[in-house]
Design a binder for this molecule. Structure first.
Ligand SMILES: CC(C)(COP(=O)(O)OP(=O)(O)OC[C@H]1O[C@@H](n2cnc3c(N)ncnc32)[C@H](O)[C@@H]1OP(=O)(O)O)[C@@H](O)C(=O)NCCC(=O)NCCS
Length: 183
């Protein structure tokens, strides 16, 4: 029996363990992690799936902006990820339900543009498409080919040349170590 629930502070160590298993400990060097460092996730959209006492899956969202490198305009974009399902529980529809539910919740909160770094063969089913031919890079200029977007048709197109940047916000010092541990 799976339970979908809001992430709690006490889930941090289990989420870190899950991410280590699914993505490895070298994940922290990826460009998308530069967007999360010292940034608080959007708490209301961070969800977990439990199977009894065990953590089966986790999803998080982060505030970012896409800077238009030609005009200087800035466009809000919510970063989805990481999404991880414990290998023991993969293939049971957990990932699909988690993504579907949280995208609906994000939409209800008014978020009209979601981005992520991932495979279109998985995320395409939720309406994500490559940001190419717009050339939108992550910190360090990396990952443009795997950057996907799902946005409201009412929004203007992505900039032709842009860069995803973290939204600077003050995170209390005591919360920073928890966030980094749990990333
Ligand atoms: C990818 C992931 C989140 C999917 O969660 P899940 O609960 O196992 O997936 P679901 O049961 O909801 O959906 C299964 C479907 O996803 C597909 N799928 C799973 N992993 C996939 C991948 N890496 N690429 C493409 N499709 C994938 C399955 O083929 C299946 O397709 P079907 O519905 O047409 O049969 C999970 O397997 C995971 O954490 N994997 C490790 C990380 C990873 O591989 N990420 C790659 C995507 S960027």
């Amino acid at each position: 029996m799976f339970t979908f629930d809001h992430e709690r502070v006490s889930d941090g160590p289990a989420i870190t363990n899950l991410l280590n298993i699914v993505f490895g400990t070298d994940r922290l060097g990826k460009a998308s992690y530069a967007l999360r460092q010292n940034i608080a996730p959007v708490e209301s959209l961070c969800q977990v799936v439990r199977c009894g006492d065990q953590l089966a899956a986790s999803i998080r969202f982060w505030p970012t902006v896409i800077s238009d490198l030609l005009s200087g305009a800035r466009h809000n974009a919510l970063l989805l990820g990481p999404l991880a399902v414990d290998p023991a529980f993969q293939g049971y529809g957990i990932g699909s339900k988690l993504v579907g539910q949280t995208l609906s919740a994000a939409s209800a909160l008014g978020h009209q543009r979601i981005i992520l770094v991932g495979d279109v063969c998985y995320y395409g089913r939720f309406g994500f498409v490559p940001t190419l031919p717009s050339y939108i890079t992550l910190p360090g200029g990396r990952d443009a080919r795997r950057l996907l977007v799902k946005q409201s048709a009412l929004l203007p197109s992505l900039p032709a040349v842009g860069r995803v940047e973290p939204i600077a916000q003050a995170v209390p010092a005591e919360a920073q170590s928890e966030l980094l541990m749990a990333s």
